[in-house]
Design a protein around this ligand. Structure first.
Ligand code: PRX
Length: 646
């Protein structure tokens, strides 16, 4: 098949921050002299006390330790706000677009600075101190960014929990890091529907140790229960504090935030990011990957509950003094034209979204796109999952009118910011490929024995050395950090992704190779969905796998064995889907549920997921060897009753 390559447009090569020559020389320098390279790049930040040590990192077994700029001090909020006041005080920092198209707000750097200082004083008044953990469970309103920056200002560690998570999921995350304060809103608003955030918080706090306080932001004005001595309205407390709050002096390696993410096994892990390295990586990638210029209007459609929102709505753009659009709503409300109408309304120049949104919008054709001019757009971004070439081409041709390069950015919660990406002024684009390593990033591809492969090859993606934005540990469990990321291959960070490198050195991410599934760009651990299912009284056993889904990328396929005497029925199937929604949140709802009298197990009792995946993919002619199964007959039943018939 002839590969499509889109050449770098001439004007891009001439005007972008990085052209092809810059790329090669900077990349070489970044890996040959990391200390020199990063010491220079770190001048992007304002330091209180300059660092003298740049890099002190080790991936060695049993001694994994990652420290960058370890003797420097700085404050993240001061870097995102105070330092812009003189030159950009009246520039819009956050351009908020409400769920309802009639609602929007423009907040300048000066206003944001004042509000964050006030918010920080509210936190102090409620007893929050440096090092304390604060859980943020908010909708996409400016107060979410303010709350994050207020924590950073006083040195508290935030843990943002996506507003779509259930009370149980919220309780687990509050408990794991023992947050002393939960910041929430009366309700959220998405696609015209209300989300009972305060009510969910009340339910969550019934399951925690119970010494937390709650700060409530008024969003919809709904009446909510307030518990005296525990719950406080933000607008009441903030009226009593000043807008003057000096930033705390933080060490480069002090924690900035925890963000929970799913893995192959067990409960979600608290990914810990620290101060200087994370912010530097966020700011630098935001500027270079998106080729940021002073007048750009940058819109990343993610939710701040995910890492993309942390890095490319809040920290990267604000550290760079950019205008960042924050959108409360969804792509199809009030209509499928919403994204493009918002682009026109706010004259968005850089637009960054997820493949799942592109595929969903593509289904309703070109018309809803064409009703908007999109003339302001100059660059498009994609993140969160592999983008199939058809969706890439539609994004390029229809949304970008063939004018705008697309940056398909590969990274993870753990990596802090983008690691593999095209450079819009340097990289000829191959649809579907995340392309080239960012500066300082040394990808490797290993075979099943852990041998590094050369040239064009396919295998598992590892990273051979540290970069400043790398996670430092799993909160409270360094052993789990080493076990999860550094035990598969000695002296290497294992990403969990499969990857191909072509003859031109382009990287093509092929998807997760572990028991993590990527549903609409959201990471789900199959083990989490399984444990939710078996918590239902009628379920004796469950196995969950991913299967290809036209819009979501992957769908959730659950095999369920019922308790003896319980009859399978459509009603029960629906009940189980609703049960998982309630236990974890709507993003974990199984798409397909198959009742299975037995699961394929080895004689030692291990479930053979390979077989379950194949049947879920409707690819059962290639099941491979099933003779090692304890009872090969179960496979026939599974095939006969499969739910995904193409
Ligand atoms: O499998 C990769 C996929 O998303 C995983 C990371 O998920 P999360 O931590 O939630 O972060 C998502 C936002 C960075 C990766 O292990 N992934 C992310 N971006 C891409 C991708 N897969 C292919 N192409 C991408 N551009």
């Amino acid at each position: 098949m002839h590969e499509i390559v889109h050449a770098v447009p001439q004007d891009w090569a001439a005007s972008a921050h990085v052209d092809i020559d810059d790329y090669h020389s900077l990349y070489r320098r970044s890996v040959e002299d990391p200390a020199g390279f990063w010491a220079e790049q770190a001048q992007r930040l304002d330091w209180i006390k300059p660092f003298t040590v740049v890099k002190n990192t080790s991936f060695a077994p049993g001694a994994v330790s990652i420290r960058w700029f370890e003797d420097g001090t700085l404050n993240v909020a001061a870097n995102c706000l105070d330092r812009h006041l003189e030159t950009r005080g009246d520039k819009v920092a956050i351009l908020w677009e409400g769920d309802d198209p009639s609602e929007s707000r423009a907040i300048t750097y000066r206003e944001l600075h004042a509000e964050v200082c006030r918010f920080a004083n509210v936190l102090k008044k409620l007893g929050v101190e440096k090092g304390d953990r604060v859980t943020i469970y908010l909708p996409m309103i400016p107060e979410a960014a303010m709350a994050m920056l207020a924590c950073a200002r006083i040195g508290a560690i935030h843990s943002v929990v996506f507003g779509g998570f259930s009370p149980d999921s919220l309780a687990g995350r509050i408990g794991d890091c023992h947050s002393t304060l939960v910041i929430t809103a009366d309700e959220g608003l998405r696609g015209g529907k209300k989300v009972p955030l305060k009510h969910n918080t009340d339910l969550a706090l019934a399951k925690t140790i119970g010494d937390e306080k709650v700060l409530v932001i008024r969003r919809t004005g709904a009446e909510v229960a307030m518990h005296a001595g525990r719950d406080y309205w933000y607008h009441e407390v903030s009226a009593e504090v000043s807008a003057d709050c000096p930033p705390a002096e933080m060490n480069a390696e002090d924690p900035l935030f925890i963000l929970y993410t799913s893995g192959s096994t067990g409960r979600p892990k608290g990914v810990l990011h620290t101060t200087a390295g994370y912010l530097l990586h966020a700011a630098m990638t935001h500027e270079i990957v998106f080729d940021l210029k002073e007048d750009d209007i940058f819109w990343c459609t993610a939710d701040v509950g995910w890492v993309t929102g942390h890095t490319y709505i809040v920290y990267g753009p604000l550290a760079n003094g950019a205008t960042s659009v924050m959108f409360e709503g969804v792509p199809n409300y009030p209509s499928n034209s919403r994204f493009w109408q918002v682009v026109d309304k706010h004259k968005v120049t850089i637009f960054h979204t997820a493949p799942t949104a592109i595929r969903a919008l593509m289904q309703s054709g070109d018309e809803p796109v064409k009703v908007a001019s999109r003339a302001s757009l100059r660059l498009l971004g994609s993140v969160g999952e592999p983008i199939n070439p058809e969706a890439w081409e539609w994004y390029y041709r229809v949304v970008g009118d063939g004018r705008c390069p697309i940056v398909d950015t590969w990274w993870q919660t753990e990596t802090g910011g983008v690691l593999i990406t095209p450079f819009p002024g340097a990289t000829p684009l191959k649809p579907g490929s995340a392309s080239w390593p960012f500066f300082g990033v040394q990808p490797g591809i290993v075979d099943s024995e852990g041998r590094l492969l050369e040239g064009a090859c396919e295998g598992n993606l590892v990273l051979l050395d540290s970069w400043p934005g790398q996670m430092r540990t799993v909160y409270g469990d360094h052993e789990r950090f080493e076990q999860t990321y550094f035990s598969a291959y000695k002296n290497m960070y294992f990403t969990g992704d499969g990857c191909r490198r072509d003859a031109d050195g382009y990287y093509w991410i092929t998807g997760r190779v572990d028991d993590v599934i990527n549903v609409s760009g959201h990471r789900m651990g199959t083990a989490e969905v399984e444990s939710a299912l078996v918590a239902h009284q009628n379920v004796s056993e469950a196995a969950v796998v991913g299967y290809p889904h036209d819009i979501k990328g992957q769908g959730i396929y659950a095999y369920v064995t019922l308790m003896a005497g319980v009859e399978p029925s459509d009603a029960l199937r629906k009940e189980l889907v609703g049960w998982v929604r309630k236990e974890i949140g709507p993003i974990a709802s199984p798409d397909l549920v198959q009742f299975a009298p037995g699961l394929p197990k080895t004689r030692s009792g291990k479930i053979m997921r390979r077989i379950l995946r194949k049947i879920a993919e409707d690819e059962f002619s290639a099941l491979g060897d099933i003779s090692t199964l304890a009872d090969p007959a179960v496979v026939e039943d599974l095939i006969a009753n499969r739910q995904n018939r193409r």
